[in-house]
Design a protein around this ligand. Structure first.
Ligand code: 5AD
Ligand code: SF4
Ligand code: FES
Length: 361
């Protein structure tokens, strides 16, 4: 079956036959091994602040939610966490937080990136997941030493996007950010939530072709999960009660992304574990090749609750490290310690562009 066809992608997303499904999952896994090799790469996730200026209807740390106490990790705490990751042989970190665009935040992130670069000899990979920003800001952080950026489009269906966000959140603006990030030279990742209220299978097919059209280097997708005290939860209180079905749909999306895009990095996201204890491991067997162990300081973890029942809130970085290493090894996968595990897709594109410039000059 050729996966460049829409109909075939839709066929997979709707497939119910267990045996046929397992065969396709195995094929997606083989494609991952063939293109990217046997290793799973780690990105230590630092959730540095839950302060957010946005008000996405589905998110537990949206601005109007008064329940969570707000925090911002101190600069030295963030750097200390990054160094912990480096010492523990994680090839990369992800700096993630709610969205802020004030100059204090922008400057502070720049300084943090520079210090991490300096103190790890430029070896630690730095991914940012800090929302929509101006061109100059993305450029500044890139110059400081960050080289990957994650910005989920959340859904590629503009009209659905508009139902999930207040009127002052713009789909076009978000999409333009992805283009800007690419232009600057970041390895760019995007993704969607799977199983959103009002989302159709055709939307999910479109999401996969959106990734292809945007020529992204990394994918991070996860199931949509209920989040207490959010407008979307109040509007759709019993949406997707069947966790098994939602997990299966999420795994199908990961397999389809691998079969369609082949050489991109695909994360097995934490949200999968909310649906089943081994949800993340299952994703590694369907084409995902990246795991993001939580390395946020323990004292802040309860407050970065995007959705209900988030795992790893009671644990610290040391426990998550051992837990994930055991999980990955128990399913026969190898861990790429001390390796950045950059997106092969990005490296190939860069190489092609260099050749083009060479021949055109
Ligand atoms: N369920 C699943 N994922 C969520 N996110 C935010 N709220 C939820 C939810 N209720 C995801 C969004 C965002 C990322 C940081 O967290 O996709 O991009
Ligand atoms: Fe803020 Fe991101 Fe949550 Fe939206 S999804 S409210 S931008 S943290
Ligand atoms: Fe955090 Fe298992 S990964 S407790």
């Amino acid at each position: 079956m050729e996966f460049s066809e829409r109909d075939n992608v839709k066929y997979l997303l709707e497939l119910r036959d267990r045996e046929e499904l397992r065969k396709i999952f195995d094929r997606a896994y083989q494609v991952r091994i063939q293109y990217l090799g046997p290793k799973v790469y780690l990105r230590g996730l630092i959730e540095l602040s839950n302060i957010c200026i946005k008000n996405c209807y589905y998110c537990g740390i949206r601005r109007s939610n008064t329940l969570p106490s707000r925090y911002l990790m101190r600069e030295d705490e963030i750097i200390e966490s990054a160094l912990w990751a480096f010492q523990n042989k994680y090839g990369s970190i992800v700096l993630q937080s709610g969205e802020r665009r004030d100059s204090l935040f922008i400057e502070s992130i720049g300084t943090i990136i520079e210090k991490i670069k300096e103190q790890t000899d430029g070896k630690l990979g730095i991914t940012l997941s800090l929302g929509e920003q101006k061109y100059k800001v993305y450029e500044k952080w890139f110059a400081a030493g960050a080289h990957r950026y994650l910005l989920r489009i959340e859904t590629s269906n503009k009209s659905l996007y508009e139902k999930l966000h207040p009127a002052n959140h713009s789909f076009e603006k978000r999409k333009n950010c992805l283009t800007t990030l690419k232009k600057i030279g970041y390895q760019v990742g995007t993704g969607v939530m799977i199983g959103l209220p009002m989302q159709t299978v055709d939307d999910l097919v479109d999401d996969l072709f959106f990734f292809k059209e945007m020529d992204v280097d990394m994918i991070g997708m996860g199931p949509f999960l209920t989040s207490n005290n959010t407008p979307l939860n109040q509007q759709f209180p019993v949406h997707f009660a069947d966790k098994e079905e939602l997990l299966k749909l999420s795994l199908k999306m990961i397999a389809a992304a691998r079969l369609l895009l082949k050489d991109v990095n695909i994360a097995s996201t934490t949200a999968l574990q909310v649906l089943k204890y081994d949800g993340r491991e299952q994703a590694l067997k369907c084409g995902a090749n990246i795991i993001m162990p939580n390395i946020t300081l323990r004292k802040y973890r309860p407050y970065y609750r995007l959705y209900d029942n988030k795992p790893c809130i009671e644990e610290n970085s040391e426990l998550c490290k051992m837990c994930l290493a055991n999980r990955i090894i128990s399913i026969g996968e190898k861990i790429g310690y001390d390796e950045r595990g950059d997106s092969l897709h990005f490296q190939k594109t860069k190489y092609r562009n260099t050749i083009k410039i060479f021949y055109n000059s």
